[in-house]
Design a protein around this ligand. Structure first.
Ligand code: C2E
Ligand code: CA
Ligand code: CA
Ligand code: CA
Length: 278
């Protein structure tokens, strides 16, 4: 193994130090950031692999930080989860998305939005009525809203989470299992809940052409989807080769930089107006 120089060790230590200082700073800035709406939703299209049409979109959070610029979610979601503000944040994301749907509706656009919820959000007993009230208030069809659920390493109370997910299903909201293939509980969810969509994690899409095991996971997702009557979205589609292979395997939908990066609201709305949708 390559010997690391004293410098690189020093560099690394400094990096860790800087990051933990950043974590502390971010934690102390959260309240203001939420109040001042510094968190924005960026949108990335989900595309029909055959036709290239936009069939849906995923809302991905970004922090427009006054000093640090655009901060990605890996830098702040776990801080929010640990700070006790994840409930407020989850509700903010849902509200922002429903208002976005309402804005699009006023322009004659009906593209569903998928939001990412932390499993902690599903422990919030009122999250479903909160959502239902907003859908009513803005007169939005519930099927235009989709919940993307990622399993966390810490296995939270599956029963409580399932209860909320079932309640979301009952009011007509769609349900997606995110990052299929990376965790232990997706199978439990898929077999016990009415899941509408399985999203294959991009780690498997990336090298499925040369990694047989990863190709098997992609195929497993497609088989499960057939058995449980749900759709599959392949994440992280970065080139035409991947898009073609996925389509050949019978995967209908894809998402990734090949089609578009996640982009700010105004840009995405412009894209919707100039590209064919559903
Ligand atoms: P995710 O839900 O799995 O989202 C997909 C991630 O892959 C996004 O990263 C997206 O920008 C990225 N991505 C999309 N296409 C490609 C591609 O072709 N190549 C590569 N290399 N990457 C691609 P992002 O936006 O940094 O989000 C990271 C994670 O943060 C998300 O993973 C999600 O788990 C979490 N997250 C994002 N927004 C929210 C939110 O509003 N609430 C919660 N609780 N979590 C969120
Ligand atoms: Ca997601
Ligand atoms: Ca994902
Ligand atoms: Ca992920």
């Amino acid at each position: 193994r390559k010997q690391r120089s004293a410098w690189s060790v020093f560099d690394e230590t400094q990096q860790i130090e800087q990051n933990s200082q950043k974590t502390l700073r971010y934690r102390s800035e959260l309240t203001d950031a939420l109040r001042e709406h510094q968190f924005k939703l960026y949108y990335q299209p989900k595309v029909d692999l055959q036709t290239g049409r936009i069939i849906s979109t995923e809302a991905l959070a970004r922090w427009h930080h006054p000093e640090d610029g655009v901060v990605p979610p890996i830098m702040f979601i776990s801080i929010i989860e640990q700070s006790g503000k994840i409930r407020e944040f989850g509700r903010y994301v849902i509200k922002t998305s429903i208002r976005q749907l309402s804005f699009w509706k006023s322009k004659g656009i009906a593209v569903p939005i998928a939001v990412n919820l932390s499993p902690y959000n599903l422990l919030d007993p009122d999250i479903v009525t909160f959502t239902q009230d907003l859908l009513k208030k803005y007169d939005i069809e519930p099927k235009l809203l989709e919940i993307e659920l990622t399993e966390t390493a810490t296995s939270l109370h599956l029963q409580t989470i399932s209860k909320s997910l079932n309640a979301f299903k009952e009011i007509g909201v769609q349900l997606s299992i995110d990052d299929f293939g990376t965790g232990m509980s997706s199978l439990a969810y898929i077999s016990s809940l009415h899941v509408d969509t399985i999203k294959i994690d991009r780690a498997f899409v990336r090298d499925m052409d040369e990694n047989e095991r990863h190709l098997s996971i992609v195929q497993t997702a497609l088989n499960l989807a057939k058995a449980f009557d749900c759709t599959v979205v392949a994440e992280g589609v970065e080139n035409v080769t991947q898009a073609n292979l996925l389509a050949a395997l019978g995967c209908h939908y894809g998402q990734g930089y090949y089609y578009s990066r996640p982009i700010p609201e105004e840009q995405f709305t412009a894209m919707l107006q100039f590209s064919p949708t559903l």
